[in-house]
Design a protein around this ligand. Structure first.
Ligand code: ZN
Length: 320
């Protein structure tokens, strides 16, 4: 039995579910990545599938059999109290599901949920020691355009829990239909999904993974990088952040032109300020980041004694 104080962290994506044990010093043990496609193939059985995944993990890792809590990141919008998944295009079975109540009943353990992008940013804020910064924004370009905002040490939630949806800022003139149902959302042109569409149209014989390696100078890809930059600059110009964290799978692609992205961001950021004093940091994100972030979130919320509030990130670091 592990002597430490630990929780089980889960990072659920449309393709994979990442699982691991996070200790109160944020060290990670027993990391696993498995298919979420198989796990959630029984419609209506999502909670039971999740519970059996947790039980299975704890059985396989007997030394981690008794976590203090289970903490889960969803690629979804979550209600303000962080009890219910509101909508999740990649995992529709979780839509409007009261995950915390139902899963706590199944497991007999405290359950915490959060937006996966909030958890990624908590992990990055910790990794870069940005806890004392007034305003930090995170833009994570994966399949979609993930966004998290931290103001005064608090993750911004908004009236309904859905603040920080940069991907759904309307773009003038665009007729593209977004997953959310609106026409012309930023995410329809500033996301990995759109990059895949560009590949199909302009480079049909190439694989997505090698796109920047083989076609970095193509006008199509340069324009795409500028779209990403416009999204980031938009939020910079509104919030004048102390730090801008950039991450996500698209930025981790081979030979992604990160310098060009930064150049375009600066091009579109207001002069002279905030442009002249811009601090951009590149996320240290890897497969484990969301799981560690989930663990951090659980420890912080347990420490605070407020199960449902997920705003203040500062007090939690005091015990670390
Ligand atoms: Zn949208």
């Amino acid at each position: 039995m592990l002597e430490k104080n630990y929780v089980l962290g889960l990072d659920i994506g449309g393709t994979n579910i990442r699982t691991g044990v996070v200790c109160d010093d944020f060290s990670l043990y027993g990391f696993e990545m498995t298919s979420s496609v198989d796990l959630f193939r029984a419609p209506g059985g999502e909670i039971q599938a999740l519970a059996s995944h947790v039980r299975g993990y704890c059985r396989r890792h007997a030394e981690f059999a008794f976590p203090r809590a289970v903490s889960i990141g969803f690629p979804s919008t979550i209600n303000k109290d962080k009890t219910e998944v509101l909508s999740t295009p990649n995992l529709p079975g979780f839509n409007k599901l009261a995950v915390v109540e139902l899963l706590e009943k199944e497991l007999g353990l405290p359950v915490y949920i959060n937006r996966d992008v909030n958890l990624l940013m908590m992990n990055d804020i910790h990794a870069y020691e940005l806890e004392k910064a007034d305003i930090v924004i995170g833009c994570y370009i994966g399949t979609g355009l993930g966004n998290a905002i931290c103001i005064g040490g608090q993750m911004l939630r908004g009236k309904n829990g859905v603040a920080g949806e940069l991907g759904h800022v309307p773009v003038l003139g665009s007729k593209r239909v977004c997953q959310c149902g609106n026409v012309g959302c930023m995410e329809t042109i500033a996301s990995g999904k759109y990059l895949e569409e560009l590949r199909e149209k302009h480079f049909p014989k190439d694989s997505l993974a090698g796109l920047f390696r083989d076609h970095a100078d193509s006008p199509v890809l340069k324009e795409y990088v500028e779209y990403l930059a416009i999204a980031v600059a938009l939020e910079i110009n509104i919030l004048d952040p102390d730090y801008v964290i950039l991450g996500g799978g698209v930025l981790q692609m081979q030979d992604f032109p990160i310098e060009l992205l930064e150049t375009y961001i600066k091009h579109h950021t207001r002069k002279p300020l905030p442009n002249d004093n811009l601090q951009i940091v590149i996320s240290k994100q890897n497969q484990e980041s969301g799981v560690i972030g989930a663990g951090m979130d659980a420890f912080r919320r347990m420490e605070k004694g407020d199960d449902n509030d997920s705003t203040c990130i500062r007090p939690c670091w005091s015990y670390a």
